[in-house]
Write a new protein. Sequence first.
Length: 133
Amino acid sequence: ILTKLDFDILTVYSYSLLQRIHHISLLPIEVFHLALFILECMFFEEEFLKYDDFTKALSALYFAKKWMMCNLDFPYYLSKVIKEKKKEIKECVILTMKVIQVLKGMKLTAVFKKFRSEDYNEVAKELEKYFRI
């Protein structure tokens, strides 16, 4: 079936990369959950296709860390990668900010419903403040 569908089971996507990066970064789970929301927001804009999955995952986690005002540092090896990809990450974060600004005026019922569940309590608080939902 996999060969018929041309499905590459070895491909790593931005979601799984985000999980792995979060695991080694030791950042709070709330930062991960917000990064997950940010990553899902990236699906709304075609421009994100120019960024590789690793850059999108790093950008989402970096942006979430800043949004939640988390002062914990990334481990050295992650900081090194972030410095190497600084230009791409900055562009990706700026584009994400624009997308989130546009989303502010839209009704994203399914997305908000997911992130308002008890599992994502801290993210729900942040979204309520920003989106006034």
